[in-house]
Design a protein around this ligand. Structure first.
Ligand code: CDP
Ligand code: CDP
Length: 231
């Protein structure tokens, strides 16, 4: 046991990247809990800016206005205050938007917002500052490539679009909602395309990332595989 703990001490920054619904947040949350590290999901920062832009009825195509929003709005992420399944609280301008940022309207616009250079610059600075403090499991699209290129362990979690759409579909049903699998699949593919073809910090595995294809793996197996890599 001591041996494991000693070798784990060397790991300080863990980067988890991959496409939508590949299981990044689920894995990162469990890893962070097991290692007593901070869990930090960078996607929620892009979602928070997108939510705020929609709430203010800004035109998502108005790059200058969206960049100003990203530069000027503090996004407060803290330990969960409610026991409703949330991994953390997301507060913007005093409003709890933890669940609001998961809405389909945000899903549909977040890739456009996250493609703006000014938005990425503003959010990357904040993410790096948090990451470099260490003892962190950070989740996103560009953590291993751009935000924390010196991360001690980089995992790129993948799965087919069909399997990922099935997971999102199941999630919505489990929460008592209604969903159309074909619509979800189309949106997952659209978002993958936008995220992986954008000019700045596109979704792709870092050269030194370990790629895990989770199509045939349940969340427990993914966690056990990743936890072994931490050793
Ligand atoms: O949970 P899911 O994989 O669906 O998405 P997310 O991690 O919440 O990220 C939402 C969106 O934010 C992604 O589709 C990307 O457009 C953007 N994002 C990014 O560009 N860079 C990151 N490091 C994290 C998210
Ligand atoms: O963060 P990301 O969008 O990559 O995915 P997630 O929100 O962590 O996971 C999406 C859903 O897939 C959750 O309901 C998980 O329980 C489920 N799942 C998983 O995370 N890993 C698997 N290997 C299989 C399913």
């Amino acid at each position: 046991m001591d041996g494991i703990n000693n070798s784990m001490k060397k790991l300080s920054m863990i980067a988890i990247d991959g496409p939508a619904a590949s299981g990044k947040s689920t894995l990162a949350f469990r890893l962070a809990r097991s290692l007593s590290y901070l869990y930090f999901d960078t996607g929620l920062m892009y979602r928070a800016v997108t939510w705020l832009a929609l709430d203010r009825h800004l035109d998502i195509k108005d790059e200058d206005a969206i960049v100003r929003l990203a530069e000027q709005t503090p996004i407060d992420v803290s330990a969960p205050s409610l026991d409703d399944g949330r991994p953390c609280d997301v507060i913007v301008e005093g409003r709890d938007i933890t669940w609001e940022i998961r809405k389909l309207e945000v899903d549909a616009n977040v890739s456009a917002v996250s493609a703006y250079a000014g938005v990425r610059k503003a959010l990357t600075v904040q993410q790096r500052r948090i990451g470099l403090r260490g003892k962190v499991v950070m989740v996103g699209r560009d953590i291993g490539t751009v935000v924390l290129p010196d991360a001690d362990l980089k995992i790129y979690l993948d799965a087919s679009a069909e399997e990922r759409a099935r997971r999102r579909y199941q999630e919505i049903l489990d929460r008592g909602g209604e969903a159309d699998y074909e619509v979800i699949l189309r949106k997952v593919i659209e978002r993958d395309y936008l995220d992986s073809t954008r000019a700045i910090a596109p979704l792709k595995p870092a050269d030194d990332a370990i790629i895990l294809d989770s199509d045939q793996m349940d969340a427990d197996t993914v966690f056990e595989t990743a936890f072994d890599l931490c050793k």
